[in-house]
Design a protein around this ligand. Structure first.
Ligand code: ZN
Length: 275
């Protein structure tokens, strides 16, 4: 008897979650009712839709990110999600593109921070920690030469800094995770700026290395633009807070690097116990 009902009605069994339903989309998981096999045509359509589609396509999102970043972030936070390419996948695409360009253009990126000075000594409790300037340079180099990756790996610190700098009103209004949206989109813009420096490198390496010095400024400007609408601030005010965010974030990084150097010194046994 049950069998008869299934065959006479128009219900479809969802191939994704097994739910039986009537309609074009599964109400339980959202998958399309008509799921054919993978064909070349389907793959091409899928790829083109992902890039050029007006509904969540990467090109549409990029255009909006360049023209109205603040509005876009606000709309996403307010729930307009399907129209835009999500922040993290977008950042991974940008990073992949950057790595590709970096390799193809043969960009050489090995700025050396040279702290010619003597080793610093930090006294904590009864111990004197020797802060090797060599070691410190190495850590700073590693951070700076992989700035895009470093910022991605230390994203929670940027969120902490932004939360501290963008005011009490916003702290009350937005969750921690919601701060990630503007920051990650700002990182996409920064990564695209780094792509540009790779292209510049092919015909003017010195100019590219000079431009690279402004990476953190681009990051600050991008954060200001992305936060503007959600924080309901003028650009100047948002930029000022964004500069403070970057300052606080870099201070935390420097602090972490110093701790790292101390840990290395401790492992290597170059800690002097004061009498
Ligand atoms: Zn389903």
């Amino acid at each position: 008897m049950d069998n008869e009902i299934v065959t006479t009605s128009n219900t479809t069994k969802c191939l994704n979650c097994g739910n039986e339903f009537d309609g074009k989309f599964c109400p339980k998981c959202g998958q399309k009712a008509a799921t054919g096999r993978f064909t070349m045509k389907f793959l091409m359509q899928n790829l083109l839709m992902g890039i050029f589609g007006n509904d969540g396509g990467i090109w549409f999102t990029l255009k909006k990110l360049f023209t109205h970043p603040g509005t876009m972030v606000k709309e996403i936070l307010d729930g307009k999600r399907k129209s835009y390419f999500s922040p993290f996948p977008m950042l991974f695409c940008a990073l992949a593109f950057y790595i590709l360009l970096f390799t193809l253009t043969g960009t050489v990126d090995d700025t050396r921070v040279d702290l010619h000075g003597e080793d610093f000594v930090i006294s904590l409790n009864k111990y004197n920690y020797i802060l090797s300037s060599n070691q410190l340079s190495r850590f700073l180099d590693a951070y700076w030469n992989h700035y895009t990756t470093s910022t991605l790996l230390t994203l929670p610190l940027i969120v902490v800094a932004a939360r501290a700098c963008f005011g009490k009103k916003n702290r009350k209004r937005y969750y921690w995770a919601e701060y990630c949206v503007p920051i990650v989109y700002a990182m996409v813009l920064t990564t695209l700026f780094r792509c540009l420096t790779c292209i510049v490198f092919t015909f003017a390496p010195e100019v590219a290395l000079f431009l690279k010095l402004f990476t953190w400024v681009i990051m600050a400007v991008s954060i200001a633009f992305c936060f503007r609408k959600m924080a309901e601030m003028s650009f100047i005010k948002s930029f000022w807070r964004s500069l403070l965010t970057m300052l606080l974030y870099h201070t935390m990084i420097l602090f972490l690097i110093i701790i790292g150097v101390i840990v290395v010194a401790k492992i290597q046994g170059s800690v002097i116990i004061d009498a």
